[in-house]
Design a protein around this ligand. Structure first.
Ligand SMILES: [Zn+2]
Length: 173
């Protein structure tokens, strides 16, 4: 019996089902976020660098779950040029330091899902996931029912991480 309701995961699963049925026009949420109108905070962007950017996962598995992606809409590792590869790697390193300072996690999951069968929700635009982890955050509820409790709102998280990235990048140029 599913006791808790997780609106963010349910919405994600529904979107995925619709896409699969071809009922929804396919768009790229990463390109939409970068090229859209309005402020970065409304689109959950926390850092813009020269070749890549950092954005919150709209359907987080934990507080502070971020995505790192190149600006270019490319889906293969081999499509990354040297500048993108270098900047993504450094941004990955910086992201871990920033998340450590803000959330004090006891570990991280860092990864990239290449292709639908590997679990990529958006295989056409590659992106790294960085997920902070705490001891005991994988409860039986999460494991059995895909239920997670994320205590911080996306708006709060965006504001905190945007400030942290700005400060960190200023000090480390
Ligand atoms: Zn894209």
């Amino acid at each position: 019996m599913k006791i808790l309701w997780t609106p963010w995961r349910s919405k994600y699963i529904e979107t995925f089902k619709e896409e699969k049925k071809g009922e929804k026009h396919k768009t790229c949420f990463l390109c939409d976020a970068i090229n859209g109108v309005g402020e970065d905070k409304d689109r959950l962007i926390v850092a813009r660098k020269k070749h890549c950017f950092v954005i919150l996962n709209k359907f987080p598995y934990n507080n502070g779950h971020i995505l790192l992606a190149p600006y270019r809409h490319i889906g293969e590792m081999n499509d990354l040029n040297n500048e993108e590869l270098i900047e993504l790697t450094f941004t990955l390193k910086d992201s871990v330091e920033i998340l450590k300072k803000i959330y004090c996690p006891s570990g991280f999951n860092i990864g990239i899902n290449l292709g639908r069968s590997a679990g990529a929700g958006l295989p056409e635009h590659l992106h790294f996931h960085v997920v902070p982890r705490w001891d005991g955050d994988t409860s039986f509820m999460a494991t059995l029912f895909d239920v997670k409790i994320v205590s911080q709102s996306l708006e709060e998280t965006q504001a905190i991480l945007k400030r942290a990235f700005d400060e960190y990048l200023k000090q480390n140029i």
